[in-house]
Design a protein around this ligand. Structure first.
Ligand code: ADP
Ligand code: TRP
Length: 321
């Protein structure tokens, strides 16, 4: 089973990204699937215009994933733009892409509604994403709910291409894990960079502590019993701590005499138990930029080798060769 996913490098990652996306990728890797994972820097260009920022974000994202446990000896991990073949396939798909299919895409309309400029790149975003997926004959594509429509476009384009030129491209399936809960942010809304409510995965201990201590709680006094299910601290703790620890916190909250401040301290300790090793690994990797670069380059070489037969078949089929 070949599993492929792309991630836009987009700044500081947080617990929502970890539990909503990264953990899932690590599980696939652990299960021994063939995982293809890339940093979608071509896609990021649709919204990032600052070259230094793009470079930095891409480097940071590489460090984040490697530090979290992406293992380049098992997972093919690369930077999208290191495999320029994907642009060739994107063009060959775009000539069979009906305008209406792209005009219906919510994410394009949403981005315009949020003030993004209506560029061709933004409009054609799903075609490049289809090329990312189809170039590697992927079976399964794990994505968040917001990407579901893009996966439908990908399937449509594969089918259209195959109808026009013969069965060449594998029609992939989306994998949208329903079990992945939305991680709440410090204010109780979905944790998201754009809401300013994140608990960062990699930041100074002080910043992490400030974020955790800043989680919104109600005004139930210290002595009074509290409902764990109405407590943001507890819902985040559930993701980080062992089941015994989680039960223990629930019991203490229900019993009273245990304050939200105590619960936050337990959450901070659980965060450190879970992520200190990743933080240390990230620091080590950050000190070896050439090593990280060599991992990405090696990944790109393996990705190119996997892409070559598809591209050759596609070029032949359309009459370029
Ligand atoms: P943000 O909302 O901070 O901009 P992204 O949209 O870049 O995050 O999300 C990247 C990945 O992380 C996606 O797969 C998304 O589903 C997942 N993700 C982001 N925030 C959360 C959250 N609060 N709970 C669960 N998953 C999340
Ligand atoms: N559009 C995806 C996102 O914003 C990123 C992405 C680009 C992707 N190419 C992909 C995801 C191919 C899966 C497969 O999250």
């Amino acid at each position: 089973m070949r599993i492929l996913t792309g991630i836009q490098p987009s700044g500081q990652i947080h617990l929502g990204n970890y539990f909503g996306a990264i953990r899932n990728i690590l599980e696939m890797q652990e299960k021994g699937h063939e995982v293809f994972l890339f940093l979608a820097d071509f896609h990021a260009l649709t919204t990032v215009r600052d070259p230094a920022a793009l470079r930095q974000m891409t480097r940071d994202a590489a460090l984040d994933f490697l530090a979290c446990g992406v293992d380049p000896s098992r997972t093919i991990f690369w930077r999208q733009s290191d495999v320029p073949e994907v642009q060739e396939l994107a063009w060959l798909l775009s000539v069979v892409t009906p305008m209406g299919l792209l005009e219906r895409c919510h994410s394009y309309k949403d981005k315009l509604a949020h003030g993004k400029e209506a560029t061709h790149g933004l409009f054609a975003y799903p075609v490049l994403m289809a090329a990312d997926i189809l170039l590697y004959q992927s079976d399964l594509v794990p994505v968040g709910k917001d990407q579901k429509q893009h996966l439908e476009v990908t399937r449509d384009l594969a089918i259209k291409f195959n109808n026009a030129y013969g069965e060449i491209l594998k029609v992939p399936d989306a994998y949208i894990p329903e079990s992945v809960a939305t991680v709440p942010g410090t204010d109780g809304q979905k944790m998201s960079k754009s809401y300013g409510n994140i608990i960062p995965l990699f930041d100074t201990p002080k910043k992490v502590k400030t974020a955790i201590m800043g989680i919104v709680t109600d005004s139930t006094p210290m002595e009074a019993p509290k409902d764990p299910d109405n407590c943001i601290v507890y819902s985040i703790y559930k993701l980080l701590a062992s089941s015994e620890q989680v039960d223990e916190m629930a019991t203490k909250l229900r019993a009273g005499g245990y304050g939200y401040g105590d619960a936050k301290k337990a959450l901070l300790a659980a965060y450190h138990d879970k992520f200190d090793a990743c933080i240390a690994r990230r620091e080590e990797l950050a000190a070896k930029p050439e090593y990280v670069e060599s991992i990405l380059r090696d990944g790109a070489e393996r990705a190119r080798a996997a892409a070559a037969p598809t591209l050759r078949a596609v070029r032949k089929a359309v009459g370029l060769e």
